[in-house]
Design a protein around this ligand. Structure first.
Ligand SMILES: C[S@@+](CC[C@H](N)C(=O)[O-])C[C@H]1O[C@@H](n2cnc3c(N)ncnc32)[C@H](O)[C@@H]1O
Length: 234
């Protein structure tokens, strides 16, 4: 569905139909996913400029659009992780000739297993990306607890970038959540305060939790206001 929103060609007819249902309720989603990808571009470029050379992209989706490995300087690498076996198989095919990226099957609700198996050097800084993935982790799976447990596993200098579907306009939220419920399981949109609440104990970098289109300049045009973005440190 996400690839379809982005104008890709990977979605099955069933995915396309489900994505069209979401777009019927919220046409802005197509722009919001672009805002999210542009946030990815800016935040990865920022972290690479800070000297981070290893990235862990959790809930990476298909590497069909301008992706993390294409943004990295020489010597840096990324491990993509997704819990959808089709996404992982297809990613491995697409990345067959790419030497700075690998893809693992893993569930962000089992972060320790991912960290133990990702073959990154956790004694050195890691840029962890959780973009548009925590909005598929319901409160029953304790996303704040998952992030609390992640903190001590990361070396000083590591960063966590999060983007998250925004719960602001009640009608829009109901339209999106109900269509995801029918298509692929739950989507949990959260308020700015709820997103900040997931990051309890993390040191949130300026400008804090802003709309995706605004990061890192809170005064920039807020765009669709459908996603939040934030960068923090353990
Ligand atoms: C909306 S896409 C986001 C892709 C990419 N991170 C981005 O922001 O452009 C969400 C991806 O997260 C994956 N996902 C959802 N829940 C997950 C979980 N519990 N563990 C790992 N991946 C998950 C989905 O399979 C999907 O590929």
């Amino acid at each position: 569905m996400y690839d379809y929103y982005l104008g890709g060609t990977e979605a099955t007819p069933v995915d396309q139909a489900a994505a069209e249902q979401v777009l019927a309720a919220a046409p802005q989603v197509r722009v919001a996913v672009r805002e999210n990808r542009q946030f990815l571009d800016r935040v990865v470029t920022h972290l690479a400029a800070l000297g981070i050379r290893q990235f862990l992209d959790l809930g990476s989706g298909l590497p069909t659009q301008r992706n993390v490995h294409e943004l990295l300087p020489p010597g840096a690498r990324v491990v993509y992780v997704d819990y959808d076996p089709h996404v992982v198989d297809r990613s491995r095919t697409l990345l067959a000739d790419v030497d700075n990226a690998t893809c693992l099957l893993g569930d962000v609700r089992e972060l320790d297993a991912i960290l133990d198996g990702c073959e990154l050097d956790l004694s050195r800084p890691v840029g962890v990306l959780m973009l548009a993935v925590l909005n598929f982790v319901g409160d029953e799976d304790d996303p704040a607890g998952l992030l609390t447990a992640l903190r001590p596993r990361l070396a000083e200098g590591s960063h966590l970038a999060v983007s998250h579907g925004a719960r602001e306009d009640a009608d829009l939220v109901e339209g999106i959540q109900s269509r995801y419920q029918r298509a692929s399981g739950q989507a949990v949109l959260r308020t700015r305060e709820e997103v900040l609440g997931l990051l309890a104990g993390w040191r949130v970098e300026p400008p804090g939790v802003v709309y995706g289109a605004q990061w890192p300049h809170a005064s920039a045009d807020p765009g669709t206001r459908l996603t939040f973005a934030v960068l923090c440190r353990p």
